[in-house]
Design a protein. Structure first.
Length: 204
């Protein structure tokens, strides 16, 4: 069966205007798009959270087979049944003229006090395309886990970040634990669980 695919050219943006500008931005769109059965949709509007894109890295010591996670307060987790302090991979927003690799190298130092030796790109994904433009880039980063620990973060950005070291095998047995509750961290740990032997071989 022949199947055609739509692209950006099949969307008509009639209006785009900001409706909120604070720590993040929200824009309102008026648009219409092509329909699978032919013709055009009715004109409709959507509010989109323009958060920007982010880059995340799971620090891993292939010699000790340990991973490093950071713990910090997240306002979006205020209704979490256990705690709004979550365990996560290292992450940061991508600034203008900055590459995802540059972000994870910078954030590893700021959030965990770690120097990245080598990086393996896992890929990227749209965080929640029904309501935000954010794209998340994922990496595994080689580190020395013996140097991990303490509390880090930038005071001017209201960061208070505690570093934890975990045995990779134990963490991979049950990555869906109650305080490990975000997609980037789960995807990175599951990728490492599948590919750790090949990656260790590649890194020598």
């Amino acid at each position: 069966m022949n199947q055609s695919y739509f692209s950006q050219k099949d969307v008509d943006i009639l209006e785009k205007k900001p409706v909120f500008q604070g720590f993040f931005r929200m824009d309102k769109y008026r648009l219409q798009h092509a329909l699978f059965d032919g013709g055009q949709s009715e004109i409709f509007q959507r509010e989109i959270f323009e958060r920007g894109s982010s880059a995340c890295v799971l620090p891993w010591d292939p010699i000790r087979d340990e991973i490093i996670l950071v713990e910090q307060f997240r306002v979006g987790a205020l209704t979490h049944p256990i705690s709004p302090w979550l365990l996560e991979v290292v992450a940061g927003m991508i600034e203008v003229d900055e590459s995802p690799k540059e972000v994870v190298i910078r954030e590893s130092k700021e959030e965990a006090g770690l120097d990245i030796k080598r990086l393996k790109s896992i890929g990227s994904y749209l965080a929640s395309p029904g309501g935000t433009t954010e794209r998340v880039w994922l990496f595994i980063g080689e580190v020395d886990a013996t140097k991990a620990g303490g509390v880090h973060g930038l005071k001017e950005e209201h960061e208070d970040i505690r570093v934890h070291v975990f045995d990779r095998k134990e963490m991979c047995q049950n990555p869906f634990q109650s305080r490990f509750d975000n997609a980037a961290s789960l995807l990175a740990i599951q990728w490492l669980q599948i590919h750790h032997e090949d990656l260790k071989s590649d890194w020598g």
